[in-house]
Design a protein around this ligand. Sequence first.
Ligand code: 3PG
Length: 341
Amino acid sequence: MKSIEEAEIMGGTRVLVRVDWNVPVKDGVILDNSRIEASVKTINYILGKGGKAIILSHLGDGADSLEIVVREAEKFFPDVSVKFVRDPWNASSADGKMALEYLSNGSIAIIENVRFWMEKENDECFANKLAEFADIYVNEAFSVSHRHHTSVVKLAELLPHFAGFNFLNEYKELSRAFEPAHPFLFILGGAKFDTKLPLVEKFLNIADDIFIGGLNDLPASGMAFADNPKILLTIGDINALDANTETLDLLAAKIKEAKMILWNGPLGDYEKGFVAGTVALARMLSESNAKVIIGGGDTLGLIKPEIKEKIASHGFVSTAGGAMLDFLANGTLPGIEALKN
Ligand code: 3PG
């Protein structure tokens, strides 16, 4: 995988940058802009070399315009011209093809939500239409690189391709879980136990303790590995909607002795308001001496920014959710493989 620093970017080089600006939006308000922030270094690097940054992102499932995100992104580039290209193949519209053709060096164009078109199909024709806009391709969207989609996989086949700074950092930091310092505690919350199962199976060989909580206790308690001394489950009622005091005490004792901790997934049924266990765990992790890696959109959404900052100061806060789980389970992602080829 080549870093963006190995790319030949000079005045006029057109760089297609796949970012993941799929940010949480509620009632027209962006709740967390950290995914935008995570891509700023790479975009500024391109602009600093006189290149043109042409941004691609999805938002949600493809029903909503990227416009609200464009307005937020503009705040990170106060001295740069940022154009929103709503209709990239329309030759007669000012926010169409012309905006890309006349894009000045050192400026940014943001294309409308890629899921408006054939993004999810990993479609060659759509990839070709995107590739015409650029000279090189940069993937700065680790958190969507578990998707076999056009702007993640196919596009990399058509242009010289590189990884952005945040992408490489995610790769480096999450890879630490494969050769951890011990004792290594893995905390798996959330729901959808079937998506966690491969992780439990893999990390039984790597971790010293695996706590399975959230809404996974019940299915996990019926598995053969439930008797393995490395597996820790909620103490008491496994149907409880949040972690109780005994369970948090158990985690506190393990956290105290751990040198590395990996956490993904809330401990309670947060959608019904059961967030106290998750909040308490985040605080314990922020105060621990271990290297702590956390991720998952739902988990991060429940933790206060200052607690996240404290965790980041002795660990890593991933921008990825599903991609983090897939990477940990498989050691790679379709978007990584596309950059390696
Ligand atoms: C995420 O939020 O995990 C990524 O942006 C991927 O989004 P998706 O689940 O809609 O593909």
